[in-house]
Ligand binder design. Structure first.
Ligand code: SF4
Length: 294
């Protein structure tokens, strides 16, 4: 239930306002932490379920569509990003979040990711990066390490893993961050930072899949993650790219890797400068339309 606090002039929501059906995820999966952090971030930002749109891809992460209460859109595999962009173009005043998995975002949707970054589309992409295809019972994913053995690669993965942070940084992303599903406070902070950034945001969340990935476990990450300190300059692109390359050595910086302010895609569209597309008068001159097509 939403309550208005007149003294502070903010709307107060409760984590229960965002609670949908009971999750069917495996016990201990990192997805639980991401869902909790997401709901907490919404509450702390004073948002209600009707203030946002969350677009989902396909995968265990996409099943969150049923577990989160709010406006949602469950898209096709790899197509969460273009749907999120479409919604944003229709109503650029609405916060739009895409919840995707590493396969969905860096594999099937990789092309969309690059173009969303270079256009500085004001959408927030939160990636459940568990380095495996969990929903389809454990096949090699784009972020799986070389040599990683799964049902689809019994002799070991041949490909180099995608470096998602370096990929978007080198393609114009204005907000790039990384967090860990085992550190709830940090994750809440990063989700809030991604949502409040004006422009394209990628938050890569290291998320253990306890059922199918027996290598990249909570213990594995706890030994390798570290937080960026105050000396780190978030606006230095060269430094950010160097930092992102640490992933190749299995070191995992947590925090805002890069942030810059730049006009967003919709800032350049004259036709929607006054008001969003959804608030404009509908075109009803069908006679003129017919003439145009004859
Ligand atoms: Fe989580 Fe893996 Fe189970 Fe999917 S298969 S719910 S990612 S533990």
């Amino acid at each position: 239930m939403r309550v208005t606090c007149y003294e502070l002039n903010i709307n107060m929501t409760n984590i229960k306002d965002f609670t949908g059906y009971n999750p069917t995820w495996c016990p201990g999966c990192g997805n639980w932490g991401i869902l909790t952090a997401l709901k907490q971030a919404f509450v702390q930002l004073g948002m209600g379920p009707d203030d946002i749109v969350v677009v989902f891809g396909i995968g265990c992460s996409g099943n969150m569509n049923d577990f989160l209460n709010g406006y949602g859109f469950h898209s096709l595999h790899g197509r969460a990003i273009p749907n999120a962009i479409g919604i944003k173009l229709a109503n650029h005043k609405l916060p739009v979040i895409a919840i995707v998995g590493d396969g969905d975002c860096y594999g099937e949707g990789g092309n969309h990711l690059i173009h969303a970054a270079r256009g500085n589309h004001d959408i927030k992409i939160i990636v459940h990066d568990n380095r495996v295809y969990g929903l389809t019972t454990g096949q090699t994913a784009p972020t799986s390490q070389k040599g990683y053995k799964t049902r689809s690669t019994p002799l070991g993965n041949i490909d180099q893993p995608i470096n998602p942070l370096a990929t978007v940084l080198s393609n114009g992303a204005t907000f790039v961050a990384q967090s860990f599903a085992g550190d709830l406070n940090h994750l809440i902070l990063m989700i809030k930072s991604a949502i409040t950034h004006k422009g394209f945001s990628l938050l890569n969340v290291l998320q253990p899949c306890v059922t199918f990935n027996k290598i990249n476990t909570f213990q594995y990450y706890l030994k390798r993650v570290y937080k960026l300190d105050g000396a780190y300059q978030q606006s230095n692109l060269k430094q950010a790219i160097e930092k992102s390359l640490e992933l190749n050595e299995e070191k995992f910086p947590l925090g805002i890797i890069y942030q810059e302010n730049r006009p967003t895609y919709t800032d350049f569209i004259e036709q929607i400068k006054g008001k969003p597309l959804v608030e404009k008068e509908r075109f009803t001159n069908f006679e003129l339309l017919e003439k145009l097509f004859i």
